[in-house]
Design a protein around this ligand. Structure first.
Ligand code: ADE
Length: 424
């Protein structure tokens, strides 16, 4: 049980940590020009005046800038964590000071995590911003009395979108959801370059080990896996990809990586990283053949990709050699090291994706909230992607901020692209 500062309007570890939180928020906001532009526009127009927004997000500094942007737009904002280990207590204290109803403490138990989510929901939101779909799921299972007031939700992650599409397929989804994850300016950058960098940031910060010369096994070759594998190669590793989809496996091979099943990769890997969104991708039969001293890390949303129950069952001793590293010593003396309790290593053992990346993802979230407000009456309880114009707007502001000008089509070229008569 944690000692906390809990009032009606917030539940934080220690409100006196706020000055450190403000410094962090100030730092990242300097590198988030797209969200800054949206904030200036929102501050002028106040599009969320009278609107209640509840968010379940990784409560770190870039997320704080999003929540402050929504508040500056006139919204009443509440927030809870989307993972018990990704919360930064100083940032949360700053948010509480800013008048955001925030309920989250790093290291909270599963029960406290859900209690805090319920507190955030108590504002009776019109819009939900979710990361992993836990909040939408809780509303459908336990807080159905809130549904009439909810116009819609937006979802940040691949894992969340998979869950929401399952709800749509089963006919249980009760309000529209915008799959922010599926916007080009999200997954091509956040999932690939964001996860690619922040996963290595978490692993390197935590272990202080060399990557060059190691066999790195990347499990899952979606956009996150692609980014992790690409950066592993850049760090000098031999990269092995484990993938169930034949097309992705082929792509991984032609991208220059070795491809093999987990039962083979398990014998030769030094560092294993999961990014599949699926359960028990690394399990007992794999731990049984691993080398002594391997590092196990997860970059997927939930802590189920590396089987902790199997590790616990195999271990004769469990210890903590360094913060965020759990050592499982097996009966034959081999030691397997699990980072950040198998939770997403980039957020639980580092600061999440770089600011320039979350700039785009959270610009999309802010625009998705506005889109829900403006269109909820005609939207059905389905999973939608954002209109292409919003994606292009984010890319254009980002390019401008990076000082990059792009080519434009001539009138002749536009006509050519629209015609079907031209041929050989
Ligand atoms: N920072 C805030 N949300 C994040 C996410 N979903 N992934 C990585 N970093 C983040």
């Amino acid at each position: 049980m944690l000692v906390v500062d809990c009032t009606k309007d917030y539940c934080v570890k220690d409100i006196s940590l706020a000055p450190e939180g403000w410094k962090k928020i100030d730092w990242v906001s300097r590198f988030m020009p797209v969200l800054r532009a949206i904030r200036e526009d929102f501050e002028r127009r106040k599009p969320f005046k009278g609107v209640k927004i509840a968010a379940t997000l990784h409560l770190e500094m870039k997320t704080a800038f999003l929540l402050l942007t929504l508040k500056a737009a006139g919204a009443e904002v509440s927030a809870a964590a989307s993972n018990p280990l990704s919360t930064q207590d100083d940032v949360v204290a700053a948010l509480a000071e800013a008048g955001i109803k925030v309920y989250a403490i790093r290291g909270e138990t599963r029960e406290e995590y859900y209690e805090n989510m319920h507190r955030a929901l108590d504002i009776g939101p019109n819009i939900i911003i979710d990361d992993g779909a836990d909040m939408v799921s809780v509303v459908h299972r336990e807080r159905q009395e809130l549904i009439d007031e909810i116009w819609g939700a937006s979802e940040e992650t691949t894992t969340g979108v998979i869950r929401l599409r399952a709800m749509e397929r089963d006919g249980v989804l009760r309000f529209p959801v915008i799959a922010v994850n599926d916007a080009y300016t999200k997954y091509l950058f956040d999932n690939r370059y964001g996860t690619g960098q922040s996963t290595w940031d978490g692993i390197i910060r935590t272990t202080n080990l060399l990557i060059a010369g190691k066999n790195v096994v990347v499990v899952g070759y979606g956009w996150c896996g692609r980014g992790i594998a690409m950066r592993a190669r850049g760090l000098g590793a031999t990269v092995i990809v484990v993938e169930v989809d034949p097309i992705r496996a082929l792509e991984a091979r032609m991208d220059g990586f070795l491809v093999m099943p987990m039962r083979e990769a398990a014998k030769i890997g030094d560092i294993f990283i999961t990014a599949t969104g699926n359960i028990n991708c690394i399990r007992r039969e794999h731990f049984e053949v691993m080398k002594d001293g391997v590092i196990l890390a997860n970059a997927g949303h939930f802590d189920v990709e590396i089987s902790k129950p199997d590790l616990e069952a195999l271990a004769v001793e469990i210890s903590q050699p360094r913060p965020n590293i759990t050592e499982y010593r097996l009966a034959d003396g081999r030691r397997l090291y699990l980072l950040a309790e198998g939770r997403l290593v980039n957020l639980a053992a580092a600061d999440g994706h770089p600011a320039e990346i979350m700039d785009m993802s959270f610009a999309l979230q802010a625009k998705a909230a506005e889109y829900i407000k403006e269109n909820h009456e005609r939207l059905e309880p389905k999973v939608y992607t954002l209109p292409r114009e919003i994606d292009e707007m984010v890319a254009r502001i980002k390019l401008r901020a990076m000082g990059i000008e792009i080519e434009e089509l001539t009138e002749e070229q536009k006509r050519y692209l629209e015609s079907w008569e031209h041929g050989t």
